[in-house]
Ligand binder design. Sequence first.
Ligand code: OGA
Ligand code: ZN
Length: 414
Amino acid sequence: MTPVRKTARANEDTEPEPDLARLWERVMTPEIEEFQPIEEFRPIEAFRLEPDCIWVQWAGGAESRFHHIWLRDNCPQGLHPVTWERIQDVMDLDPDLCPASVKLTDAGGLTVSWTDVYTSHYGADWLHRRRYDATARAERRLRPSLWGAAIADTLPEAQFAEIATDDAALLAWLRQVRNFGFALVRQMPDDERAGEQVAERISFLRQTNFGTGFDVISKPNPNNIAYTAIELKAHTDLPNREMPPGIQFLHCLDFQATGGDSLLVDGFHAAETLRAEDADAFAILASTAIPFRFHDREWDIRWSGPPIELDADGHVRGIRYHMALTAPLDVPADRVVPVYRALRAFTQILRRPAMELRIRLRPGDMLAFDNRRSLHGRAAFDPNSGSRRLHGCYVDIDEFMSRIRVLEGENLLH
Ligand code: OGA
Ligand code: ZN
């Protein structure tokens, strides 16, 4: 595993192109540093009232500030008691509202009486979990564990029998999928429903034009190169959709054929490598919508999106990449050559042997991976040498992340 820790820096000699300047700033800001666990909860020891905020001092000395408007808007008593949804409307907020008085409670929380005679109670834990200073926001961010070929020695995996019945084992396995962007399941029953059974331990399945569950076999008249025996280079599935599926499951039911080994690449690791090595190419791929298309006799499904998707803070959030589904580039003429250059630079990184995890699935193995992060593929196989059958299905990312939070009990914390 090669964690990327250093801040990617702009090459001082290279001036960003004018239309990339804003994005450049966003791209170059985030720090990818070592994971720091969130510090333990501490009660509030003191506070200081300022015109637009309350500064809170936690036991141990650290300080956080909370704006009056934020405190009043997020008053914990402001939720509907049954639905737990907010009933506060932003237009009902008085932007100049101030506390008339603030008191420390015995439990180390705060009671704020507002000038409009409303009173709010904030537990120390409630406030601590929501503090929004830069350090806290950085600590709260989920940090993917980046990996390369060497992860073959310590594959994240679980046994079917454990995760099928035991919620704690399921949670541990789901966290592996979340942190590494993939994990295996071993000793799956020899039953095409078994993969869907694991997926349904998370939630309902995502249906697509390929069905809800689909067989990956070499077949006559395929509408998809996955359904041939040819090599599949590292890709994400269905980038031609506005919302590509989140978690993909590939359960190996039968594998006698020669060749056909599976391939996985950590797209986040590859993107961070590109950011560090070729910031221009990274900025282009994060800001250029590439068209993708799937069409057959019944469907014509198209979407354009950047191969590297960033969140509002400039962190890599998703990868959208599939050579077989890339449609003709449709960008302003002066961008064509730079976009091809950037795509080739990214692809060159994705294909480095140090990036590629190659594993041979055996009947009873299942690969589950985050289709917005891990690219997958397979070597060509010889269909005359024996059979090869994988059974696939998807669960969307919202249901996956929600399942982790519910198993952790996060949903019960308002
Ligand atoms: C797929 C796919 C890989 C394989 O079905 O999406 O990429 O190993 N299959 O056949
Ligand atoms: Zn695929």
